[in-house]
Design a protein around this ligand. Structure first.
Ligand SMILES: NC(=O)C1=CN([C@@H]2O[C@H](COP(=O)(O)OP(=O)(O)OC[C@H]3O[C@@H](n4cnc5c(N)ncnc54)[C@H](OP(=O)(O)O)[C@@H]3O)[C@@H](O)[C@H]2O)C=CC1
Ligand SMILES: CC1=C(/C=C/C(C)=C/C=C/C(C)=C/C=O)C(C)(C)CCC1
Length: 323
């Protein structure tokens, strides 16, 4: 009897949730104020990380900038200062747990308060065919894109939980939701990042920690140079051009400010995610199956080939320069 009542309650809650979210799509919910929040951004020395620093500053937050490269990170801080914002830079290798814990303590001491929002943005890709790729490069991708999430969350979540206030943002990728050829290291690490993020979100819900929010950001190709050369069929590219970095960050900020749990950018990329869930089990990744036919039609089966070639060229140019 209790089971049936619980089932009925659950179904009513699901219907209420779907209706509420349908209304939210039309009438955008109010954004939360973040002035006064202390936002830590990893990989802030360039690309999306730098723009996140500027956008959080626009909204009145104070930013802590962690990057492995000090000079590009100082550049980001300079841009923030020019906007009248407050930025604090630290040279941190997020793959090194000791380095992360030590710098987390240092931030707490230097600023006299806790980080309230964490944006895990640092990311890398090997850009080589798996069988040609040195083991260290594969390991680096796993460490930066996945292991680092454990270290930073372990460093900052306890205070967020203690104050029942905070927000954890994971910059994953659409390649954490569906995959393509020749980016095995990247897809493995981003699928792992998605799994990590989702499990943590479940943990906070199960523990009824309502004040700590989580947002998973899954962008399509962004024009930052990281995936230079990656190309799908021209006609499809008209519908799905690479994203402008500023647009990508603005969309992510909108999602963060309304506590949205997941955002795929652009929205059209929810479709391949859904189509994978419906059409594909792993065994469907074979010649002639619906998934593969779609990939081939859209040129997404070989979209990374020109990217790998351009990385190879970059590598051989830098070797020639060193010689
Ligand atoms: N560009 C794209 O097409 C897409 C990117 N993404 C994701 O968005 C995020 C940002 O990407 P994007 O801005 O394009 O990439 P960038 O390469 O421009 O920026 C990444 C930053 O992370 C830093 N970084 C790398 N390793 C470490 C480390 N061990 N410790 C601390 N910092 C580190 C880099 O420093 P350095 O330059 O010195 O290596 C760099 O400043 C990544 O997670 C990426 O996977 C998601 C979807 C699409
Ligand atoms: C696979 C695939 C597509 C192409 C996806 C590409 C090219 C994604 C690139 C993403 C990157 C570079 C993410 C970085 O984090 C389409 C056309 C959407 C159709 C469905 C299947």
């Amino acid at each position: 009897m209790i089971f049936l009542m619980d089932l009925q309650m659950m179904l009513l809650d699901v219907i209420y949730f779907i209706l509420r979210n349908s209304v939210r799509v039309v009438l955008r919910p109010r954004t939360k104020p973040i002035d006064g929040e202390l936002v830590l951004i990893t990989g802030s020395g360039g690309g999306l990380g730098r723009i996140f620093a500027q956008e959080f500053t626009k909204h009145g937050a104070e930013v802590v900038l962690w990057d492995i490269d000090s000079s590009s990170n100082e550049q980001t801080a300079k841009l923030v200062h020019e906007m009248g914002g407050k930025a604090h830079t630290y040279k941190v290798d997020v793959t090194n747990s000791e380095d992360v814990y030590r710098h987390a303590e240092l931030v707490r001491k230097d600023l006299g308060r806790d980080v309230t929002m964490l944006v895990n943005n640092a990311g890398v890709v090997a850009g080589q065919r798996m069988l040609d790729c040195p083991d260290e490069l594969i390991e680096r991708t796993m460490k930066v894109n996945c292991h680092a999430l454990f270290w930073t969350v372990k460093a900052f979540l306890p205070q967020m939980k203690a104050q029942n206030h905070g927000h954890i943002v994971t910059i994953a990728s659409v390649l954490g939701l569906f995959s393509t050829a020749c980016v095995e290291d990247y897809c493995a690490s981003k699928f792992a990042a998605v799994g990590f993020h989702e499990s943590l979100a479940h943990e906070l819900l199960a523990e009824e920690v309502e004040g700590v929010k989580m947002t998973l950001v899954c962008p399509y190709i962004v024009d930052t140079g990281m995936f230079e050369g990656c190309k799908i069929r021209e006609e499809v590219e008209l519908l799905l051009p690479p994203l402008e970095p500023q647009y990508c960050v603005e969309q992510a900020m909108n999602a963060i400010l309304i506590d949205q749990p997941l955002v795929c950018i652009p929205r059209l990329t929810y479709l391949p995610f859904l189509s994978r869930a419906i059409l594909c089990s792993f065994s469907d990744c074979c010649h002639g199956t619906p998934m593969w036919l779609q990939y081939r039609f859209m040129g997404s089966d070989k979209c990374m080939f020109p990217f790998i070639d351009s990385k190879k060229k970059q590598l051989s140019n830098s070797v020639v320069k060193v010689e």
